[in-house]
Write a protein that binds this ligand. Structure first.
Ligand code: RB5
Length: 146
């Protein structure tokens, strides 16, 4: 699996924590920044990561900002992206099983690095269940392709 990861200035610490986790898990990733802790605009990081996922060049994406909200709103504008804003382990598991989410968004001003790590670990290792959920995701794709 290959992952694209990015954050704005509000998410740099969790981004580093998740990169450490992926190193430990042997997961390959591409880091899209940001490279500084001065104020930047989250769409400038959300769109390149989301486009990388949508194009199939990487399998999944992880985006972090202060709340995770801006990143998730921006990423979900890219066709083919199902970005889930997650701050608990149950939702991390459920959104992979039910929504086949291909981007995980988290907020560094909402949760700490320990919980973010657990969420990312579960999200990265949980498979999509398909079955009854496929029809529902199909309806989203149909709407997107209208
Ligand atoms: C940046 O101050 C902050 O607005 C951003 O990190 C994010 O929380 C937006 O949704």
């Amino acid at each position: 699996m290959k992952v694209a990861i990015g954050s704005d200035h509000g998410g740099i610490h969790i981004r580093e924590e998740i990169k450490k986790l992926m190193d430990e898990m042997g997961i390959e990733y591409e880091d899209f920044g940001c490279e500084c802790d001065t104020s930047v605009d989250y769409p400038d990081y959300a769109f390149p990561v989301a486009e990388k996922v949508a194009s199939g060049e990487v399998d999944r994406g992880i985006l972090i900002c202060g709340t995770g909200i801006g990143m998730s709103i921006a990423a979900n504008k890219v066709k083919g992206i199902r970005c889930a804003l997650v701050h608990d382990v149950f939702s991390a598991k459920s959104t992979r099983e039910h929504n086949d989410s291909n981007i995980l968004a988290m907020g560094e001003r909402v949760i700490g690095p320990g919980l973010a790590r657990e969420i990312a670990k579960v999200w990265l290792t949980t498979d999509y269940e398909g079955g009854r959920h496929a029809n529902r995701i199909g309806k989203i794709s149909d709407y997107e392709n209208k």
